[in-house]
Design a protein around this ligand. Sequence first.
Ligand SMILES: Nc1ncnc2c1ncn2[C@@H]1O[C@H](COP(=O)(O)OP(=O)(O)OP(=O)(O)O)[C@@H](O)[C@H]1O
Ligand SMILES: [Mg+2]
Length: 242
Amino acid sequence: MAKKLNSVVGIDIGSRKIKVCEIKTQGKEPIVTALGIIDTPEGAVDHGGIYNDEAVAQALKSVLSSSGISTKAVVVSIAGQNSVLVRTLEVPRMNPQELRDHMQWEINRNIPFAESTVVSDFKALGDDDPNSPNMDVVMAIAPQSAIDTTVSCIKRAGAQTAAIDVEPLSMARSVARSYDDELSGKTVCLVDMGASSCAINIYSGSKLLMPRQIPLGGDMFTKAIADDQTLPLGDAEHLKMT
Ligand SMILES: Nc1ncnc2c1ncn2[C@@H]1O[C@H](COP(=O)(O)OP(=O)(O)OP(=O)(O)O)[C@@H](O)[C@H]1O
Ligand SMILES: [Mg+2]
């Protein structure tokens, strides 16, 4: 289990933008103490994952420094269809030892990557009806190489990876924390449109019912504007934003 940190940097490495956020806990409340954003180096990341770790490390180092972040402990979310699979499964109700054995089998048969060396984890969601014959379990699987690449980027940027999270679950916690009163007991669909992909996740509270990632994002609108108006992509992006 990850140790509780009083000061941490959250990092989101997107295909167009790298975002960093320093959070410190003062008393019980987490406070945002610094934010930064920088363009992802061209071609370094796409909807599959990170392809140029050296370029990403340099950009990360630069944005950490320019945003005045001094904290070294990083929590990073891993994303990309070649980098992580997150799925919620319904399995017969079983005890923790049986669940461990069963999930090892589920993980082995669900590996969608060419690489067979993977890092995986699972968690019983726990808030279902105790009389139901089934239970919900969320699992995450990532190729070892995707984890190694992410950790290496952070190390070369001068920080240390304290934990690796997966986007659908970190977004669920964020939404539950921010909108607990309004959304309590409701089913929520959260759409996060990035530049190259769009995450559509359905939650009940912070329980992830259905995660989906589709390879469609803001870049496609930019390209459609560029084609329609016969503009270079940079100009079309500018037009889209204004
Ligand atoms: N004000 C705006 N109006 C329209 N589009 C915008 C605006 N601001 C940002 N975008 C678009 O959002 C996208 C960038 O979003 P974001 O930073 O979430 O992407 P990313 O995390 O790098 O991408 P991905 O998650 O797909 O790898 C770009 O396509 C950009 O053009
Ligand atoms: Mg993104």
